[in-house]
Ligand binder design. Structure first.
Ligand code: HEC
Ligand SMILES: [Cu+2]
Length: 328
């Protein structure tokens, strides 16, 4: 409708302009005549008609704007959190994922907020895009009509990792979404904790800043981290134990490892306790400092001279000591 009106006016205005330019061009032997100063009827017409058209266009646009910004009451709700530099999608059953899974042919409402700076969620294929602002909730909705895999991105320049803030929308076949949601939430429980932890490491966005091959990225590597000792920015020495790992995820700024910036986002509310435990199991499995196969005799003993107890001051020098650790 608006498109048709625009085409008609474009043709009319540009057409007349070109015709007049050609017809009334300056030619030898012709004298320019005075044109009438005023034509009330013409002026009223060319004011009233476009005004009515503008009102009509506003009405149509506003109506579809209201429609776009009011999710239907039966919309399926998914919460979205943007943080430097990844997306989190939270489902009604408590599952969180870094990719957006939705059912086909059902209105979906996204309730979005940010942990840090302004991000903007954009799903080009669905023609939806909205800013995601810290301290408030913005909403968009859509209804996917074809199962498939569509890109989802951040369109607000939000810092170094902005261009990595990519994800996908997976639109499931009818019935497939419910199955996915049930399995996704239960999947980790069926794996050994260290493997579940590895899955979490790969899917919760940690890979962006942490490697497991010994190279430091934006954050320290997880290889040999567990039970290792590190200097913090304020000159203290910490030994990585379960509590420290937990604290690092929930309150990363509490102690910052020397040589790194305090840029890690908090995972409070994004990792469940059981997931943190799985990650810890994974970190143990890739650290040479952590006992891989704890001897059964040690399991029940609480000797204070156990070498891996973090509060034993002797322990502080061992993990960094190269001679000590090459035993295998
Ligand atoms: C945006 C980058 C970033 C992301 C994403 C990130 N981290 Fe970090 N992380 C850091 C930085 C930087 C540090 C070091 C500074 C500090 O201690 O806060 C760190 C430190 C840590 C530490 C303490 C390391 C040590 O050697 O003592 C742990 C444990 C940790 N992160 C776990 C995680 C887990 C698990 C995830 C994913 C669920 C994750 N991080 C995601 C940047 C990140
Ligand atoms: Cu962003």
């Amino acid at each position: 409708m608006i498109y048709v009106i625009s085409v008609i006016f474009f043709a009319l205005i540009v057409g007349l302009m070109v015709t007049f330019v050609v017809q009334f061009r300056r030619r030898k032997g012709y004298q320019a005549e005075d044109s009438p100063p005023h034509n009330t009827r013409l002026e009223v017409i060319w004011t009233v008609i476009p005004t009515l058209l503008c009102v009509l266009i506003f009405y149509l646009g506003f109506k579809s704007f209201l429609n776009m910004s009011t999710p239907p009451a039966n919309a399926y709700e998914i919460s979205v959190t943007g943080q430097k530099w990844q997306w989190f999608f939270g489902y009604p059953n408590g599952h969180t994922a870094s990719e957006l899974h939705v059912p086909v042919d059902r209105p979906v409402k996204l309730v979005m907020t940010s942990e840090d700076v302004i991000h903007s969620l954009w799903i080009p294929a669905f023609r939806v895009k909205k800013d995601v602002v810290p301290g408030r909730y913005s909403k968009i909705w859509f209804q996917a009509i074809e199962p498939g895999d569509y890109p989802l991105l951040c369109t607000e320049y939000c810092g170094t990792g902005h261009s990595d803030m990519l994800s996908r929308v997976i639109v499931h076949e009818p019935g497939g979404f419910e199955t996915w949601l049930r399995d996704a939430d239960g999947l980790l429980d069926t794996l050994p904790p260290a493997e579940a932890g590895e899955k979490l490491y790969l899917t919760k966005g940690c890979t962006q800043c942490h490697s497991v091959d010994g190279t430091a990225g934006i954050g320290p590597t997880f290889q040999d981290m567990f039970a290792g000792s590190f200097a913090t920015r304020d000159g203290a020495t910490i030994v990585v134990d379960e509590d420290y790992v937990r604290e690092s995820m929930l309150d990363p700024a509490a102690s910052v490892i020397a040589g790194f910036e305090p840029v890690m986002p908090t995972y409070a509310g994004k990792l469940k306790d059981k997931e943190i435990t799985m990650l810890i199991a994974y970190f143990k499995s890739i650290s040479r400092h952590a006992p891989q196969e704890p001897a059964s005799s040690d399991a029940d003993s609480d000797h204070s001279d156990q070498p891996d107890l973090p509060d034993n001051p002797d322990n502080l020098d061992h993990p960094e000591d190269p001679d000590h650790s090459e035993e295998k």
